[in-house]
Design a protein around this ligand. Structure first.
Ligand SMILES: N[C@@H](CCC(=O)N[C@@H](CS)C(=O)NCC(=O)O)C(=O)O
Length: 190
């Protein structure tokens, strides 16, 4: 298995951190944007979107960070990072979709400058706060959901959000940042 990644961005870091946290038998390949590697015919054959992260497993080619996370957790069940029962799995899907459909657009708007008020993300942080009350991790134990969401709050922009009403979220981001995989992928944050 080979992971194509560019560590510094949260879309990539969350997957690479997962691989490194659990010491998964995955070859990590850092792509070179300088050399336009993601636009090369060889890479476009892996991901026609020309984006990382991407994963190859034999002749299987997978892209989209959340799909890669759940695939890895399925292939390496020893991680215990993906509930097997229907409700647990639906719970994972719920939060992965929430991250893509709600958190990313809100943070993305701040990043591009179409929104300048960091308070626009606060209602979403409050949703996380509610979920994390009484839990160390989003679903109780460490799952792909924690990797999928926390990586965005560890960025330079993520750290500028207002956590004053969300102490559980702040503590969780701190806890996640201390995990082996996130320590190993600590580079100058975006
Ligand atoms: N939704 C995708 C986003 C992937 C993505 O946007 N990757 C960026 C880096 S964070 C990229 O490869 N950009 C290069 C480009 O667009 O040329 C995911 O979660 O994997």
């Amino acid at each position: 298995m080979r992971l194509y990644t560019f560590t510094i961005t949260p879309n990539n870091r969350k997957v690479e951190a997962f691989v490194r946290h659990f010491d998964l038998d995955v070859d990590i390949h850092l792509v070179s944007f300088k050399d336009k590697e993601t636009q090369s015919p060889a890479f476009l054959a892996i991901n026609p979107m020309g984006k990382v992260p991407a994963l190859t497993d034999g002749d299987f080619r997978l892209w989209e960070s959340n799909a890669i996370l759940t695939y890895l957790a399925t292939k390496f069940p020893q991680t215990g990072a993906l509930p097997a029962d229907a409700r647990g799995r639906a719970d994972v899907d719920r939060w992965l979709h929430w991250q893509s459909c709600h958190l990313i657009p809100a943070i993305g708007a701040l990043k591009t400058g179409t929104e300048t008020d960091v308070a626009t993300v606060t209602p979403l942080l409050r949703i996380l706060e509610q979920q994390l009350a009484g839990r160390d991790y989003m679903l109780g134990t460490l799952t792909v959901v924690d990797f999928a969401i926390s990586a965005y709050l560890m960025t330079k922009l993520g750290r500028q959000l207002d956590y004053s009403a969300c102490p559980h979220v702040a503590a969780w981001v701190e806890r996640m940042g201390g995990l082996k995989g996130f320590v190993a992928t600590q580079v100058k944050a975006l």
